[in-house]
Each structure stands twice: as structure tokens, then as C-alpha cells.
Design a protein around this ligand. Structure first.
Ligand SMILES: Cc1cc2nc3c(=O)[nH]c(=O)nc-3n(C[C@H](O)[C@H](O)[C@H](O)COP(=O)(O)O)c2cc1C
Length: 246
């Protein structure tokens, strides 16, 4: 970062002199220290489907999700019903809605499969709902590798199995409020409309319009902003090495 010299005027006896006290960087001028309650800078929304103990389906919107290869980390509140289902069943489907499904996603907000509703959720207006798919106007179909079903309206459906989980956000002064779940995708289904034309297995980022949650609000993606050096590496080079394969 370039440094900008700032002269300060100090009095020495009767003479006023300009003194270069320090160099303040651009970053120091533009940034202030803040303490936002959340740091949700924008991640894709996932509708996580899991099986309830009685074999019915629970579906929950979540967005603390990231992928590396065919593995995915999911962050869920420690009291989330989905997390309990995932621990017990060890399977789930990550259904990715596009911007077109935003209203259905929003109808699922502030609902939980937990009964009774955990105290914090009660205090901010959540209610228990057993038939979340119906409430949201969503339908489901059987998966091929796992027992949790896929949500038909989502253009991307990733069947996954739980590899491991661990407390997240624990500190010397803090109980863990969340659990990090590592899942492995075992089958990917996508709507053909988001594939690169005449090319199998490649998703076209110009056609895939994910729903993004940023600071609890819904956004889409804009157009591509720059020619990417990373994208010059053929996508094929990212295929998992044999020891990583499914
Ligand atoms: C767009 C959106 C994103 C969300 N992201 C998360 C998340 O990443 N992790 C989480 O625990 N809850 C998240 N929530 C809140 C859950 O949906 C909420 O805890 C819900 O009650 C979970 O349902 P369940 O208790 O039936 O599993 C999100 C909600 C919305 C609407």
C-alpha cells in the first residue's frame, strides 16, 4: 500500500514549522475498527433436506456452506433440528436454490423442525413446523444414494454423507454455539439448463444464478466482472485424485 506523507505544524518558540510526524497509509485512513454482530459477507443459500426420526422430511435454509472438491463444510446452530437429523442419519441433500426460488426460501425462514422451539429462536419469533415443504410450496423426489429426498425446484441437488463433525466457535470464554459438519457429496444432479451447451458435466456460471445470503438479506450475482487467470486452468484438472475419489 502506498504511503502518504502528512505534514503537521508544530510551534517551536515563536516559529511555526512543518514536521513530518508519521506516514499514514491509505488503509489506515479508510478503515475503522468495527464490531458487527454477524460477519455474513455473502454465501450461497442451501436448502438442507434431512430425514426426521419418523421418516418424514425436514428442510431448512442455511448458507454457512463451502465446497472443496466434492467435500463440503456446513455450519449449523447447535440446536438446529437439521443438525440432529444429520448426526443420526449421517445423510442429507444439499439443494441449491437459484434466485427464482427466493420466495419459497423466505417462507422457510423462522421455522424449525424442533419441538419445543429452542429459547433463543422463540425470542426472535421462530415457530415449529412439521410440513415445511408444503408451507414453502416445494415438492420432493427420492434420491438415488441417500434416504433424504431432493427438492424438485432446486436446480442443483447434491446427495451427501456425513464424514465427521465438531464443535465450532468454541473459546476459553465461550460455549460452542454451532457445529461444523463435513459432508462428502456422493451424487450430483443438476438441471440441464445450467450446463455449458454441448458439454457434459460442466456447469456454466453464466447460466447458474445462485441465491446469495448477505447479512441476512437475499441477493443474486451480477455479470462476470473480469477475465479470470484461474479459470484458464482446464476444469478437468480439478477432478479428484484417485485417493480422493468417491
Ligand atoms: C437464508 C438463510 C440462511 C441461513 N443460514 C443458516 C446457517 O448457515 N446456519 C444455521 O444454523 N442457520 C441458518 N439459518 C437459520 C435456519 O434456517 C434456522 O436455524 C432453522 O430454524 C433451521 O431449521 P431446523 O431447526 O429445522 O434445522 C438460515 C436461514 C435463512 C433464511
Amino acid at each position: 500500500m502506498r504511503a502518504y506523507p502528512f505534514p503537521f505544524f508544530l510551534e517551536f518558540g515563536s516559529k511555526k514549522r512543518s514536521v513530518l510526524l508519521l506516514e499514514i497509509t491509505h488503509a489506515e485512513l479508510m478503515h475503522i475498527s468495527v464490531e458487527p454482530s454477524i460477519l455474513y459477507f455473502g454465501t450461497p443459500v442451501v436448502l438442507l433436506s434431512t430425514l426426521n426420526e419418523d421418516g418424514t422430511t425436514n428442510v431448512a435454509p442455511m448458507s454457512s456452506a463451502w465446497w472443496l472438491g466434492w467435500n463440503c463444510m456446513l455450519g449449523l446452530g447447535a440446536s438446529s433440528h437439521s443438525g440432529m437429523n444429520l448426526c443420526r442419519e449421517r445423510e442429507c441433500v444439499l439443494n441449491l436454490p437459484s434466485v427464482a426460488e427466493v420466495e419459497a426460501v423466505n417462507r422457510l425462514a423462522r421455522l424449525t423442525g424442533s419441538n419445543p422451539v429452542p429459547p433463543w429462536k422463540q425470542s426472535v419469533g421462530y415457530r415449529h413446523e412439521k410440513n415445511k415443504c408444503e408451507i414453502a410450496g416445494l415438492t420432493s423426489s427420492p434420491s438415488t444414494e441417500v434416504r433424504a429426498p431432493r427438492i424438485d425446484q432446486c436446480p442443483v441437488q447434491l446427495e451427501a454423507v456425513l464424514e465427521r463433525h465438531q464443535p465450532f466457535g468454541q473459546g476459553p470464554d465461550k460455549e460452542p454455539g454451532a457445529i461444523a459438519y463435513e459432508v462428502r457429496v456422493v451424487r450430483a444432479h443438476v438441471d440441464e439448463a445450467i450446463l455449458v451447451p454441448n458439454s457434459e458435466h460442466r456447469i456454466d456460471p453464466d447460466r447458474w444464478r445462485p441465491l446469495i445470503m448477505s447479512f441476512c438479506r437475499f441477493y443474486g450475482l451480477g455479470a462476470e466482472v473480469f477475465s479470470s487467470t484461474l479459470a484458464e486452468i482446464p476444469e478437468q484438472a480439478y477432478r479428484p485424485a484417485p485417493h480422493m475419489s468417491r
